[in-house]
Unconditional design. Structure first.
Length: 454
């Protein structure tokens, strides 16, 4: 039941309006002055406020302002026997929902109340849906609703509150650092530092200094003592990006720090103790590196207590619309303009392209398109050549044997096209059917005909 607060210093109006609106099934609360009304707005879960404009002590306009500070989305209907256009304009500027004059027709009041409550319901529903979407399909800036990403979210949720080391693996551009941050900011360490370092971007000497710090004079150029990332991250989280590229000598020192949570700065003798959770990431297959002797097996198991495998974009095609929307909103200059749309040809390429650069590449493509085309419609002309040229023609001679009949050749081409579409769409039948311009039921029929299993 929706609750309406009616405020008027004239008791007769309160009685009449309460009876009229209560008969419509609303719960009615009344007040004869603005001060009592403010208290009720603070204490009650209201759906609508109806207030007289002219009241002693606190005017209806003052009550409107006070109510909006407490509940910004609460719809307010103003009423007065002294209505002027100027007063109506002023009320609307202060975000009143509507304005009616006394005496009013009963049906007019009921219709205005009905519209105000419907508008309030829509606002609440949109907020609830937006929150539900955000809670389920986002972790910080990670976006996705596909099954692989929901699995990643589930792992993030489970590991965030532990102290265990996490190794995040997957191709470049999939957002491994975003996942590391999601784990950190979902953990009890969220108010303490999140420190990151790219182990593949520095020489061995610089990386050692960056990780563990150095004392003054430890090496040429060390003009002052400097704390390393482990010290800076004390109490929080250290993210070791591209840990698979770490030199062998530093792997030994890192293993000791992970075991003992203590180390010495470069050139120093004082043992420094820290409390750091380590999250690492790599686009390499570290298991293969272990087998080849490139990476220490004991360090791998120390880092890989929990593994989170991030899927490439081609395996999470259901996330493309969400990602595209997010990146358009991120890079367009005027967010208040009408939504940007993509042509069907662009959507087809987005679903069939293999995305070797993953989410990072998609973001770059959208940023480029938004910059080159400030309008509201993105076409093939706004895409880079490597995407547009990716849809190559079938090389018939390559897989059609000589002296093949026309019907056999057509069936072979059809089978090849279906297999290729399924491969490019990560075996998602609805997407493959869409790229081929056929229905899902038809592609299923063709798959059965050609004995294509997935």
């Amino acid at each position: 039941m929706e609750t309406i607060l009616i405020v008027d210093d004239e008791k007769n109006y309160l009685v009449v309006m309460e009876a009229l609106l209560a008969s419509e099934g609303y719960e009615i609360v009344t007040a004869q002055n603005g001060f009592d009304a403010v208290r009720l707005v603070e204490e009650s879960d209201l759906d609508l406020l109806i207030t007289d404009m002219k009241m002693p002590g606190m005017s209806g306009m003052e009550l409107l302002e006070a109510a909006k500070k407490i509940q910004p989305d609460l719809p307010v209907i103003m009423m007065t026997a002294y209505g002027t256009i100027e007063m109506a304009v002023e009320a609307m500027k202060k975000h009143a929902y509507d304005y009616i004059t006394k005496p009013f027709e009963n049906e007019q009041l009921k219709l205005t109340v009905k519209k105000a409550l419907e508008n309030n319901r829509l606002i609440k529903q949109n907020r609830f849906l937006a929150k539900a979407l955000s809670d389920r399909f986002r972790y910080g800036n990670i976006i996705g609703k596909s099954k692989p990403m929901l699995k990643v979210y589930d792992l993030i949720e489970k590991v965030s509150h532990s102290r265990a080391s996490v190794l995040i693996t997957g191709p470049s551009g999939t957002g491994k650092e975003l996942i590391a941050k999601a784990i950190h900011y979902g953990s009890p360490r969220k108010d303490l530092p999140f420190v990151s370092i790219n182990c593949g971007a520095l020489t061995e000497t610089l990386l050692e200094s960056e990780l563990f710090g150095h004392e003054k004079g430890a090496f040429t150029g060390a003009v002052a003592m400097r704390k390393g990332r482990f010290e800076v991250a004390d109490g929080g989280t250290l993210f070791l990006d591209e840990v698979g590229d770490m030199p062998a000598a530093l792997q030994v020192k890192l293993l000791r720090v992970l075991q003992e949570m203590e180390f010495e700065r470069v050139g120093g003798t004082k043992t420094i103790k820290v409390d750091v959770r380590v999250i690492s990431a790599s686009n390499r297959n570290i298991k293969e590196d272990v087998a080849e002797g490139i990476f220490r097996e004991d360090l791998f198991y120390r880092l890989n207590v929990i593994n989170i495998e991030v899927p490439p974009l081609k395996e999470r095609l259901d996330d493309i619309p969400l990602l595209v929307k997010h990146f358009i909103e991120k890079y367009r200059e005027n967010a208040s303009e009408k939504p940007v749309e993509l042509s069907p040809e662009v959507w087809k390429i987005f679903y069939t392209y293999t995305w070797p650069g993953n989410v990072r590449q998609l973001e770059n493509v959208i940023e480029r398109a938004v910059i080159l085309n400030p309008g509201r419609f993105i076409t093939l002309d706004d895409l880079p050549e490597e995407l547009v040229g990716a849809e190559a023609e079938l090389d018939v001679d390559r897989f059609i044997p000589p002296n093949t009949s026309l019907s056999q050749a057509l069936e072979t081409i059809e089978e090849k096209m279906i297999r290729r579409a399924l491969e490019r769409c990560a075996n998602v039948q609805s997407h493959a059917a869409k790229t081929l311009g056929i229905t899902k039921s038809l592609i299923q029929h063709k798959m059965k005909k050609y004995r294509i299993s997935i």
